[in-house]
Design a protein around this ligand. Structure first.
Ligand SMILES: Nc1ncnc2c1ncn2[C@@H]1O[C@H](COP(=O)(O)OP(=O)(O)OP(=O)(O)O)[C@@H](O)[C@H]1O
Length: 592
């Protein structure tokens, strides 16, 4: 949600409980020098994200403040990822080309103007310079009592699909669309175009097998995270699904997992979304009790049947919303109108009543921040920026994740079952020489391209034995997965090896071992007085049946270790070549 720039304690390097560092404050008037030695003067702070701060900025010597500087500590991953994405794929020239190809007058895709590094209070920071946009649309959504006019929602959907089409054409997904990340343009005509910002979660989408990645599970903003993202899989359909949840919300609906207050439990949110999407017709009817808007139903149904590696038909989706605009006799041109009263609604949009209305139509023009000019302060800017390396692995040693969630619990939802590596391995291998088109055709025949609903059927055929093996680990509430703060992006990335927490928790537990959970359970039994099991001997999960305490058996010690994607397990001792991201959880069973 929109963040108000608040003065932060100067030395607040690390927010409490978070593993990422917050930036040092840049004073107004500070001069930053980018890599090409262009100087930028810092204006007031205009936004504070979860991870960095955004300042109005102008070329030194000019006074228009038509740019922004986004600044984060050098060790933070998200801005590096964002910068990397822009530099590789979203230069102004790339965007121009795409617009020409598609015959678009405008596209809500930001671009990078410059980047560099700066020392602030002795701490190295990275910054990027981008065009300055106007208000984020979450402001209007809140002002309107959590609702946007239907026409505006459909126009926004069309514009965001354009951005997705551009972005996906570069091989990346955005993964974090939300009202707070959609900004109106500035200047003449700016109010007719919305821009999708914040590419800190951009990642390559998969075109191959479906491989859940526990290290990336639940990334995004929990309210809108797609089912694939809950499993740590970057897909194009996931971006469309995220947009879908936003569309529903913008129409005045409280999403079920928000209504049921599940946001602090990502696995529950995941499950709720699985249920929602598996029973779309009834789900939509229940959230739109007086009638489901036709384009929403069509769009969500389309998204639900997409296969994980399928290229979405963006035009088809746009047409769904365009047709609705036609039916409503609404133009898809001019300033986006956020005044609820001014707009008609479609025949069947009967979303919940508006609690509060905005006074007037809000456009980009009436939300511009006034920028004060102060005398420049020359800062010790560093000209040298890291070389952007094409190797994704390079990233590993450079960042701190935004926030880490212990990736130890996986939902036992149908969709998560359908992603078992077992199934993935059955995928038809692609010949290396196959052309992208051919490959796409092959992928479409692959068994993995079954729809979620079909996959659910496969799941129901799971043998009782397998079902018995697949269950939950019920942790104490104190260590259950915690969801993101409401409306905030959460990144459970794998960019920086983090020190192990080595925390020990003691509690009574029920232990059902999930075969999906990618954990190895080591059972260590304390030496019995006249013990049969030697002290410190460890057994893997196959030893679970031995858990039942024999008479007089002392406390049992169990280590849960996450298994890495390659099948290896995290070493209990820190190993720089491996990601030790999942904290070792030691469970002590009390004697009863
Ligand atoms: N180019 C821009 N022009 C004007 N305002 C901007 C711009 N980019 C970002 N902002 C403002 O700053 C806020 C935070 O920006 P952004 O989402 O990029 O930061 P973040 O640290 O990645 O935040 P998040 O917690 O959403 O991940 C936005 O909601 C918006 O209000």
């Amino acid at each position: 949600m929109p963040r108000v720039a608040k003065p932060k304690p100067a030395a607040a390097k690390k927010a409490k409980g978070k593993l990422y560092a917050m930036p040092e404050k840049l004073k107004e008037g500070t001069i930053l020098s980018d890599l090409s030695k262009t100087q930028w003067r810092i204006g007031p702070s205009i936004g504070v994200g979860g991870f960095g701060e955004i300042y109005a900025a102008t070329r030194n010597g000019e006074n228009n403040y038509d740019a922004v500087v986004k600044c984060e500590p050098h060790a933070n991953g998200p801005l590096f990822v964002e910068m990397h994405f822009y530099l590789r794929n979203a230069k102004l020239e790339d965007i121009k080309k795409f617009k020409e190809k598609r015959g678009l007058k405008s596209l809500g895709m930001p671009y990078i103007i410059a980047n560099g590094s700066v020392d602030i209070n002795g701490q190295k920071h990275r910054f990027i310079v981008m065009p300055r946009y106007g208000s984020d649309i979450s402001k209007f959504y809140i002002q309107n009592g959590k609702r946007l006019p239907e026409v505006t929602v459909y126009r926004l959907a069309i514009q965001m699909l354009d951005v997705y089409e551009f972005m996906h054409s570069t091989g990346y997904v955005h993964a974090d669309l939300k009202a707070a990340n959609i900004l109106l343009g500035m200047g003449k005509g700016g109010g007719s175009q919305a821009y999708l910002v914040d590419f800190g979660l951009a990642s390559h989408y998969t075109t191959g097998d479906y491989k859940p990645d526990p290290k990336k599970m639940h990334n995004g903003t929990i309210e809108y995270t797609s089912r694939d993202a809950h499993l740590g899989v970057a897909t194009r359909r996931a971006d469309l699904e995220i947009l879908g949840y936003n569309i529903i919300e913008w129409l005045g609906v409280e999403l079920p997992w928000i209504k049921e207050k599940l946001l602090t439990a990502p696995a529950k949110v995941q499950k709720a979304k699985e249920t929602f999407m598996a029973n779309l017709s009834s789900s939509l009817k229940s959230v739109f009790p007086k009638g489901v808007p036709a384009p929403v139903a069509d769009y969500m149904k389309y998204v639900a049947q997409l296969n994980h590696n399928e290229a979405p038909d963006y035009e088809k989706c746009r047409k769904m919303f365009l047709n609705a605009l036609k039916q409503m006799k609404a133009d898809n041109t001019g300033d986006l109108d956020f005044n609820l009263k001014a707009q008609k609604s479609s025949n069947n949009n009967n979303s919940p009543p508006v609690k509060k209305t905005a006074g007037a139509a809000a456009t980009a023009a009436n939300i511009r921040n006034k920028v004060k000019n102060e005398k420049p302060i020359l800062n010790d800017s560093s000209d040298s920026e890291d070389v952007i390396n094409d190797s994704e692995e390079e990233v590993d040693t450079k960042y701190t994740p935004r926030r880490k969630l212990p990736a130890v619990k996986q939902s036992s939802s149908p969709r998560s079952k359908d992603t078992k590596p077992k199934l993935a391995r059955k995928a038809v291998p692609k010949p290396a020489s196959a052309s992208p088109k051919k490959r796409e055709a092959q992928e479409s025949k692959s068994p993995l391209r079954t729809s979620p609903l079909k996959r659910q059927k496969i799941d129901s055929n799971v043998t009782p034995k397998a079902q018995a093996a697949s269950a939950k680990i019920n942790f104490s509430p104190a260590i259950s997965l915690r969801g993101g703060r409401s409306g905030k992006t959460v990144i459970n990335d794998d960019l920086t090896p983090q020190p192990r927490s080595n925390k020990t928790y003691e509690f009574n537990f029920e232990l059902d071992v999930s075969m999906d959970a990618n954990v190895i359970v080591n059972v260590k039994r304390k030496k019995k007085e006249q013990g049969s099991t030697p002290a410190g001997s460890s057994k893997t999960s196959s030893a679970i049946s031995n858990l039942t305490p024999k008479s007089g058996s002392p406390a049992t010690r169990i280590n849960l270790r996450k298994v890495n994607g390659d099948g290896s397990s995290s070493s209990p001792t820190p190993n720089p070549t491996r990601s030790p991201r999942t904290p070792a959880v030691t469970v002590r069973k009390y004697r009863r």
